[in-house]
Design a binder for this molecule. Sequence first.
Ligand code: PLP
Length: 390
Amino acid sequence: MKKPTRIIRAGLDKKRNGGVVNTPVIRASTVVYDSVAVMRETHEKSLKREKVLSYGRRGTATHWTLQDALTDLAGGADTVLTPSGLSACTIAILGCVKAGDHILVSDSAYEPTRLFCNGFLKDMGVETEYFDSLIGAGVANLLRDNTTLVFCESPGSHTFEVQDIPAISAAARAHGAKVAVDNTWASPAFCRPLALGAHLSVEAATKYIVGHSDVMLGAVTGTDDAIAGVHKAASAIGFATSPDDVYLATRGLRTLGVRLRQHQENAWAVAQWLQAQPAVKRVLYPPLPSDPGHALWKRDFTGGSGLMGVLFRETSPKAMAAMIDGMKLFALGFSWGGYESLIAPTNPQRSAKPWTEPVPGVRLHVGLEDVDDLIADLAAGLDRFQAALP
Ligand SMILES: Cc1ncc(COP(=O)(O)O)c(C=O)c1O
């Protein structure tokens, strides 16, 4: 089956739903049993990750539908749902480490992932070393005896470097380390990190999977050997996700293919237009042939989403504020992946290699509005920006 068909069909189980197309919202904490023996047997199955109704925290058919769908789309053994995208990143890491371990994290990782590594993980006795996102197979030189995980965010959601996941995975696998990839920019519609050699594919479902800016949710899909550790960590910590949120995510997932096609079409037109503007130094968008990550993107991805960065030849915080504050369609806000366009100033944090490009830049999420309207909004914004430069 081709990807758009799989997005529609994945996880659908007529028997589970009693004929209803969408698995209904099944809310549960307590589940009651007919006997002690049945209770014990069900609990044991649940501990083995079998999808049986045992206790609300362990999920209901509402959760299993999304888990099965994401497992199918990512090509993994199972999926763990988490209360947010950030918790998907952190539980993927926690599932692979113990005190005394060393992990490698791509310098493209967004700030909250870095804060977790630099604070909580450090206090737990796990050392984080950041590596140049473009190092590829060179990651082999950084692997130590106690390195258990390489964590990538590809492309980086602020700086858009595409990482060579096959080369990184080959080096890590030869060393016995696992690889986790934050795949939120592409979503499972446009990239499958597990097929490229990674062990864990992390999604902030809050973004494109939910797609409507109204739910926080995360998901980690993994190979059999890697997902067991993530499941253990999530169970030990006591993660639970609301069936109402999970229902909305599954509903969002069904239109992921068509939404992303439109995000891609609009983003492509916006990126081309921006590239031709004299004030713009560079557009950070891997589908552009001029982007340094273009060859890897072409090899490993099947499409480009709506998120891109813009660097300016000259910039200033005052000019940035003049542009952003007057936007009519691009709203100022955290997050991305919903149907609407967003804009935010960027000032990337780096550890392995300094960020030397002019700051602030901007990050755009190109939504599903008419692209001519979006470009008109950006053109007026750039006029305000230039008028306010020193
Ligand atoms: C690349 C990436 N990963 C993870 C997250 C975290 O997602 P959430 O906001 O659902 O915690 C974000 C959110 O901005 C993100 O951009």
